[in-house]
Ligand binder design. Structure first.
Ligand SMILES: Cc1cc2nc3c(=O)[nH]c(=O)nc-3n(C[C@H](O)[C@H](O)[C@H](O)COP(=O)(O)OP(=O)(O)OC[C@H]3O[C@@H](n4cnc5c(N)ncnc54)[C@H](O)[C@@H]3O)c2cc1C
Length: 703
């Protein structure tokens, strides 16, 4: 294997990603071309890795990458980039046009500091093609500082006074690139007016100017990069800007990034575990993709892509499909290859630790979403059946699959309408939530609640005889609104433009294959595409970290444990437990809103694209570990699974709802209108009577 791994904070380039990454990029790139067998490269790797960690905050002004020229697949590409010895470091200015534009940096033996400085020197060589994300690095003038707060919308300006040969100011400027509400400028010791104005006597030293006109010396133990950076990042109001952050997600939204990541993970990781798909798995995959193609309310190019995969699968009549064939369709040149992201990005499903939430959360979200997309005339079991098949055939958590299959076998076939299907899944998911509340799989910052909590849907909850009862009609309305396309937000999705560029590049690479393939069948593509396509790994998983169980205190489940009561009424919790739920959901909201944890885009987990399973983060294994440790809530499972959902017992409601919500809404409006008129009438009568009464008692004091 290569000298670097996906856990390193640099980009592992390959034959098919090198050019698309470093050419025409809005970032500058510094790439190490190495050979894994070369001793110098082995010695140099720790330096390069450390440099990558040291300047990772400089992205996206500049990115660091590596390419292993010893990999046969990359050899030609290394030739194209003029690599003759190893390691070779090449700097590509932003918007470089061709491989020849790479500037060789001749000192691979240099220290990290030297390399860092070399990056700055090269960044400064940009003229009209300055990388858009890179702040100005040139020394500030008196005029610029004088009008700074008039022309820049920031609260703070840090001035770093230094001699001409110092890199400190520029390093701190780049270190602060991802932070908003602050700017950093270097001021040269030769800039006498400013030096005098701030009374600077030693270099380097630095001053913090605030928008309100005040300024003070930055109080640091040492006039050094890390001290400045540490101080500046903690100023009130300074926060990560648009380049890095995934801010605390809003629990009332559904995020497309989660859904697209689920598609990617399901199709390119979970299904990829099987080198050949046969029998049930073929059927399950076909059903899954068919409902995606039909109902996934994605961006148009993603929908096109899903339709083309669906067409391909429908045409594959054999009872065995080698994954390699499907993979060509998923990454193949004509089939919108980049419609699926190459990374998973969890937004609404991001956990407070990498081993929490993520994929299973996104899978639930995806299926809830799909259940509410169909109209009343659609087959009620279409989506649920596809989910059942997918979970049974592919979901890596085998214990989850077993439980889910248990629930499905018990009552899924009693579902009679699309609305019932949505409610069935909602109620079964809540059972799972109840079972898992307080166990090791629960993210302490996202407690497993009975969902939707009152903050999200007050009307879904009511209290009868001091017991909490769901209003299922309201729940259904809520599900339809929450999982409607209008509530899906595109934050942190890869913009279509970037994907289109990648697509057209891949189309160019597949020269000779005219047409865009929309509406065409693709079987002939199988034999022709050379090389190993992206995503070829089997059974690989995201992230470098192992899934750890959270061994926090066991929280009480909110579902009442009395099995007798459950026989009568599902979805009823007692009121005390319900307050607990309420409290928990408050905590959740607080966690989401002000916990102060801003999730970083770097938390985005790059997928291992080779079969690097030793580092792989394997949900199945993790679940197995948890299982062996014992979830401690088996009794609850038993109790819960005994009880049969009563979603189907209130059929008259569904029939009534089946008429359509608009009519229901209109009736509600009329009732409300009537009630408010009655209220007004009542008030009118009351005041009239009072006036008459007063008239009769003139001595009564007036207010
Ligand atoms: C089919 C399936 C079976 C599973 N079985 C197990 C198991 O047996 N053991 C185990 O340890 N883990 C199981 N998991 C994983 C577990 O359910 C969670 O997905 C995981 O722990 C992550 O939890 P989470 O906090 O992100 O929320 P999740 O429970 O994954 O929920 C994801 C999102 O869906 C929404 N949501 C929550 N509840 C509902 C609801 N009732 N209706 C509609 N939307 C809702 C919320 O917005 C929530 O953030 C299963 C997952 C799936 C997909």
């Amino acid at each position: 294997g290569g000298l670097y791994s996906p856990g390193d904070p640099l980009v592992l380039l390959q034959v098919d990603t090198l050019e698309s990454s470093v050419l025409n990029s809005s970032s500058a790139w510094l790439v190490e071309f190495y050979a894994s067998w070369c001793g110098h490269c082995v010695h140099f790797a720790p330096t390069w890795r450390a440099l990558a960690a040291d300047i990772q905050e400089w992205s996206p002004a500049v990115n660091l990458g590596v390419l292993d020229c010893a990999d046969i697949a990359n050899q030609k590409m290394c030739g194209k980039f003029g690599i003759t010895g190893f390691p070779t470091l090449k700097f590509f200015k932003a918007f470089s046009k061709s491989p020849e534009d790479g500037i060789k940096i001749f000192h691979p033996g240099d220290s990290i500091q030297k390399l860092r400085q070399s990056i700055i020197t090269n960044l400064e060589m940009h003229k009209e093609t300055w990388p858009p994300a890179c702040p100005p690095l040139e020394p500030a003038s008196v005029e610029e500082i004088r009008g700074f707060f008039q022309t820049n919308n920031v609260t703070y300006l840090a001035l770093i006074f230094e001699t001409n040969d110092s890199f400190l100011g520029r390093e701190v400027t780049l270190d602060m690139l991802q932070f908003e509400n602050i700017a950093v400028r270097r001021v040269l010791s030769s800039e006498e007016e400013l030096v005098k104005k701030y009374g600077v006597t030693s270099f380097p030293s630095s001053f913090l100017l605030i928008k309100n006109g005040t300024f003070s010396r930055i109080p640091v133990q040492m006039e050094a990069r890390s001290f400045y950076t540490h101080f500046l990042r903690r100023l009130p109001g300074v926060m990560r800007g648009p380049y890095a952050p995934i801010r605390a997600p809003d629990i009332s939204k559904v995020y497309m990034a989660d859904l697209e990541s689920a598609l990617h993970y399901a199709l390119r990781v979970e299904v990829a575990r099987f080198s050949v798909l046969t029998g049930e798995r073929v059927r399950a995959l076909k059903d899954f993709v068919a409902v995606l193609a039909k109902y996934f309310p994605g961006r148009p190019f993603v929908r096109n892509f899903l339709r083309s995969v669906d067409r391909w699968l429908r045409n594959a009549r054999e009872s065995r499909i080698p994954y390699s064939g499907l993979e060509l369709v998923l990454t193949g040149r004509k089939e919108s290859p980049s419609a699926l992201p190459a990374l998973v990005t969890w937004v609404g499903c991001q956990g407070s630790e990498p081993h929490f939430r993520g994929y299973p959360c996104s899978l639930w979200t995806l299926f809830h979403l799909l259940t509410v997309q169909g109209g009343p005339d659609h087959s009620p079991l279409e989506v649920l059946g596809a989910m059942r098949g997918y979970v049974q055939s592919f979901f890596g958590c085998r214990e989850c699959a077993q439980h889910f299959e248990g629930m499905a076998a018990e009552s899924m076939d009693k579902v009679r309408s699309v609305d019932e299907a949505a409610l069935w899944l909602w109620s079964r998911h809540n059972r799972v939530n109840a079972r898992l509340a307080g166990t090791e799989t629960e993210d302490p910052q996202f407690p497993k609640l009975q969902w939707p909590p009152p903050e999200l849907c007050p009307l879904c909850h009511s209290v009868v005889n001091r017991r909490h009862v769901w209003d299922k009609a309201a729940v259904l309305r809520f599900l339809k609104a929450h999982f409607s396309p209008a509530n899906i937000f595109l934050d942190y999705t890869e913009p279509e433009r970037a994907l289109v560029v990648r697509r057209s590049r891949e189309a160019k690479e597949g020269a000779g294959e005219g047409g865009n393939g929309e509406g065409e069948e693709e079987e002939e593509g199988e034999e022709r595409r050379p090389g190993k396509p992206e995503g070829a790994g089997v059974g690989m998983e995201a992230g470098g970290s192992e899934r750890r169980g959270f061994l926090g205190p066991r929280k009480p489940s909110i579902v009442r444990m009395n099995p007798k009561m459950q026989e009568l009424e599902e979805d009823i919790v007692d009121l005390d437990s319900f307050s607990e739920l309420h409290y928990k959901s408050k905590a959740l909201k607080a966690a989401a809103a002000n916990k102060g944890r801003r999730l970083s885009k770097r938390d985005t987990i790059p997928l291992l694209l080779a079969d690097d399973s030793h580092e792989a983060f394997d949900y199945a294994a993790a679940w197995e570990r948890l299982r062996r440790r014992g979830l401690g809530s088996k009794q609850l499972i038993g109790a819960l699974e005994e009880d049969e959902g009563d979603a189907l017992r209130r059929n008259h409601w569904f029939r009534m709802l089946g008429v359509g919500f608009s009519r229901l809404d209109v009736s509600l409006c009329i009732i409300l209108y009537f009630l408010s008129s009655m209220c007004l009438l009542g008030m009118y009568t009351f005041f009239r009577m009072r006036t008459r009464h007063r008239k009769g008692h003139p001595g009564f004091p007036t207010a």
